[in-house]
Design a protein around this ligand. Structure first.
Ligand SMILES: C[S@@+](CC[C@H](N)C(=O)[O-])C[C@H]1O[C@@H](n2cnc3c(N)ncnc32)[C@H](O)[C@@H]1O
Length: 430
């Protein structure tokens, strides 16, 4: 995970500065060659360094290497005491999201703290210090002249993207309280596999697993589904590039189990014009699926994506489908519950039916670069805090399906380049 040792003549920190310099130069040349704008915090800066269609993996790699070396250099120069005492106060950014400050401040001009205080139930001095903290820590907003706030690139994203607001709301209102109670959950429920033995359940003083609890509150369930719909185009493209879709018969049916509001099926339906999709989820989520789908799907595709209320612990009601797709479902559940979900499929199983799992495949510790290692370890800890569940390695996936029923035969696992998102395929064989 850390950089290789420097040569005898070069110190480690010099090696890191060289890594930063060489890789940043590669990124810079690419930007200049393609007349792309330089990265900036300014309000009109592009939201992505490289356009989503850039298809430049070597430049992405150079960018990753430069960032990883910068983090390591910064941590080395700060020293171990700073590593133990990072500033983890997210309350200012939480306040900005909670009081909708980004949407209240105009995108094209400044606003005084005094005027902003008229619009929200906060003292002017509290608004000022909250925003100044966010400028220093997150580069959210800027203060072009004393007492006046304007947007930065990051605050503009917050103002313009309801998906990002949902994701941050989810982080602050659901995940952070759960993180704070995770150790209490581990102590109160030692070695438990139950989904309600979680930091989330302790923080919310409930005996329900997260999804059952959120189902009681439409606003929170809707915000969770909004967060799910923020799936990256790269990860959806990876799923649709799996060879299985091409092999399906014309007019095949795919059941998207735990498919939220259908954003994944909608994406696949646009790539594969003959396949029919049935999106299944809990009623608290499916209730919003039709309007969400009509927003993203062209009229002529709507009849190919249907929505159905279904609890995946109950016997699967759709028989005769070609594929049962589970995207980021199993990582929310401990093994015993995954086995129950898989066994609920049995009434629908016929020889040749495929189970497609699009989920994470954990690598060996330290096998990835620092950025990717951090991302996947964070996701694993989110699973612990919210669901008392975990991410799995390839062998664990195979063992899980074999435990559910030996007729689920492992066929293949394909991991996204430079990532841990995977597509695993199992086939039912009588
Ligand atoms: C992490 S989300 C993944 C959503 C979607 N597959 C995706 O890839 O974006 C897990 C989904 O499982 C659904 N879910 C949870 N418990 C369920 C149950 N008992 N029956 C059906 N769906 C359930 C949730 O509502 C949520 O939409």
């Amino acid at each position: 995970m850390s950089s290789p040792p420097p040569t005898a003549r070069m110190s480690h920190i010099s090696y890191l500065t060289n890594t930063i310099s060489n890789n940043t130069a590669k990124v810079d040349s690419y930007l200049q060659l393609h007349s792309l704008p330089q990265p900036s915090f300014a309000v009109d800066a592009p939201t992505r360094l490289l356009p989503s269609n850039a298809n430049a993996p070597d430049i992405e790699e150079a960018r990753t290497k430069a960032i990883e070396a910068s983090i390591e250099l910064q941590q080395l120069l700060q020293g171990p005491r700073s590593l133990l005492t990072p500033s983890m106060n997210m309350a200012p950014l939480h306040a900005i999201v909670h009081f909708s400050l980004a949407t209240l401040i105009p995108l094209d001009t400044t606003m005084s703290f005094t005027d902003l205080a008229i619009l929200v139930p906060l003292y002017e001095h509290d608004i000022r210090r909250i925003i100044r903290y966010a400028i220093a820590h997150h580069r959210v907003f800027c203060e072009p002249r004393p007492g006046f706030v304007a947007h930065s690139a990051a605050s503009r994203v917050l103002a313009e993207s309801s998906g990002i607001r949902d994701a941050l709301g989810m982080l602050f209102d659901e995940s952070w309280p759960a993180f704070a109670k995770t150790v209490e959950a581990l102590s109160r429920f030692p070695k438990s596999e139950e989904p309600n033995a979680s930091g989330f359940a302790v923080a919310n003083n409930t005996s329900l697993p997260m999804y059952s609890f959120l189902a009681q509150d439409h606003t929170r369930a809707k915000r969770f589904a909004g967060t799910m719909s923020m799936a990256s185009p790269e990860s959806l493209a990876f799923l649709s590039s799996a060879p299985i879709w091409q092999t399906l018969r014309a007019t095949a049916t795919v059941v998207d189990v735990g498919g939220s509001r259908g954003h994944v099926s909608a994406f696949l339906a646009q790539s594969f014009p003959n396949i029919h999709f049935i999106v299944q989820d809990l009623p608290s989520t499916t209730v919003d699926a039709e309007p969400a789908l009509s927003y993203v799907l062209p009229e002529d595709m709507k009849e190919r994506v249907r929505v159905m209320e279904h609890d995946f612990f109950e016997p699967q009601p759709v028989q005769g489908a070609d594929v049962y797709l589970f995207r980021f479902v199993f990582h929310n559940w401990s093994d015993g519950y995954c086995v129950k979900i898989l066994r609920a499929l049995l009434p629908a199983m016929r020889s040749g039916v495929k189970i497609v799992v699009n989920d994470h495949c954990m690598p060996e510790a330290g096998a990835l670069g620092l950025l990717r290692e951090r991302r996947i370890r964070s996701m694993d800890m989110i699973m612990l805090a919210l669901h008392n569940s975990r991410e799995r390695e390839e062998e664990e996936w195979i063992a899980l399906f074999a435990e559910a029923d030996p007729r689920f035969r492992f066929q293949s696992a394909r991991v996204m380049e430079g990532n841990v998102a995977a597509v695993l395929i199992f086939e039912w064989k009588e």
